[in-house]
Design a protein around this ligand. Sequence first.
Ligand SMILES: [Zn+2]
Length: 203
Amino acid sequence: MESGTLLQDSLAQAMIEAGALFHRRGWVPATGGNFSARLSSQQVLITASGVHKGELKRDDFLVADMDGQPLEAGRKSSYETGLHMQLYRRDPTIGAVLHVHTIANTVLSRRLDRIELSGYELLKLLPGAPDPAARVEIPVFGNDQDIARLSARVDAHMSERAKFPAYLIAGHGLYAWGDNVAQARHRVEALEFMLECELWSGR
Ligand SMILES: [Zn+2]
């Protein structure tokens, strides 16, 4: 279907540009990180397994269903697809999910079991546009190679706690999301700026 293809092309292009920016910042080393965008209530466009996120091409994306199963035979989506799908299933307003591996988020998530951000102007970019004086908590989950188990822990935490705008996986990386790729990218930039400030402050 032509319109579906055009939508896929424009979402892929937005993620290619986000990947190039993140690569320039050193946020997607080697084949780390993964990106996705919602195509419909039933389908998501997501990066394929093992590709470099700073040098993405149109063919490096595939369409998956809401269980993360690729719709094209023989293709394999990112290892962490289940973490993306948990967010799309949980919140129908989420249009894009971006995951990066940075020095700031890796160091801080190894030291702390949650990160409180307060006093930052850029907090206003997060969901609900918190007042910069508010305290915003970013949870840190233990790293786990069992993605189904890890996504179940994230989902349980979302049921138990007030909404959080993003989360960290210890020694691993940041997951952030938004209504669309541009908003998710701005949130990654805002969060990584604040996490770098935390790191520089000696947290
Ligand atoms: Zn990762």
